[in-house]
Write a protein that binds this ligand. Structure first.
Ligand SMILES: C[S@@+](CC[C@H](N)C(=O)[O-])C[C@H]1O[C@@H](n2cnc3c(N)ncnc32)[C@H](O)[C@@H]1O
Length: 258
């Protein structure tokens, strides 16, 4: 009998193959003449309203699972410095063609590369939906590492606990999602603050869009963590010494002196 884990390990190769075959369809579907290609009005609005306006002019933006590069083009035309990664070599080819001169790499978002703090913004549209649940926390941790303090991300994930294989443009693909609460928990555990979320999709229920922010200074976060840990340690020591009041403290100190 095949272990589910063994099947899951085949997903990336199969996804790469499927998206390689789908890539020309994606590319043809969105003529160059159109500024933002295939994206619909509400997607445009959400990306502009939630992410674009929060980015510094000319800031650096990374697209995880950039496909044929339509979002990269939108950010590039708007004056941002863009970079993209996608696991499908064909998608990367089209994306490079659409974004000449911009770095677009064939990489898995679970191992994205790039130096820490490289980006002001991260976008990932309809791509984390293909990452197995067990690996999604790792993707969120990479996003945290790659963003500058105060940087923002906008992503969408499958809404609801689900894992299935289905057909898309005649090829099989794999989708994976968790409950909204679980997605939020993972994103917060990576260190982010969630600023906005909304169920969007054909029936307003299929995808969960999430906007988050990396807190301004990690140093403050660390200092706060150190203080909290010290206070916890002190409380434990006081409890061991039977100390509850100031008078108890004086008693312990006096006993130490004598
Ligand atoms: C539905 S397409 C969306 C493409 C693009 N984000 C867009 O909105 O036009 C999903 C893309 O995610 C890519 N993808 C899926 N899993 C990935 C992974 N683990 N790492 C990098 N790219 C991935 C696929 O190759 C595909 O190009």
């Amino acid at each position: 009998m095949t272990r589910p884990q063994a099947l899951i390990e085949h997903i990336p190769q199969q996804m790469r193959r499927s998206y390689d075959r789908i890539a020309p369809v994606y590319d043809r579907g969105w003529p160059k003449a159109k500024r933002i290609a295939w994206t619909s009005a509400w997607e445009d609005r959400a990306v502009n309203k939630q992410l674009v306006r929060r980015l510094p002019p000319g800031g650096r933006v990374l697209d995880l699972g950039c496909g044929v590069g339509v979002w990269l083009k939108m950010f590039r035309v708007a004056g941002f410095r863009v970079a993209g990664i996608d696991q499908s070599p064909r998608m990367v080819q089209f994306s490079r063609r659409r974004n000449p001169g911009s770095p677009v790499f064939c990489r898995d978002m679970r191992r994205p590369g790039f130096a820490a703090g490289s980006f002001d913004g991260i976008l990932s549209m309809y791509a984390i939906i293909h990452v197995p649940q067990a690996d999604q926390p790792e993707v969120f941790r990479h996003m945290f590492r790659l963003l500058k303090p105060g940087g923002h991300f906008l992503i969408n994930v499958c809404r609801g606990a689900t894992e299935y294989v289905g057909e898309h443009h005649g090829e099989w693909l794999y989708w994976s999602g968790s409950s909204v609460a679980e997605s939020f928990r993972r994103i917060r555990n990576a260190g982010f603050k969630i600023l906005w979320h909304r169920g969007l999709g054909p029936r307003n229920d299929h995808h969960m869009w999430i906007l988050g922010r990396k807190p301004e200074t990690r140093r403050n976060g660390d200092a706060q963590g150190t203080v909290v840990a010290a206070r916890r340690e002190l409380t434990r020591a006081m409890s061991r010494a039977g100390v509850k009041t100031l008078r108890d403290i004086e008693r312990v100190v006096d006993a130490g002196r004598s």
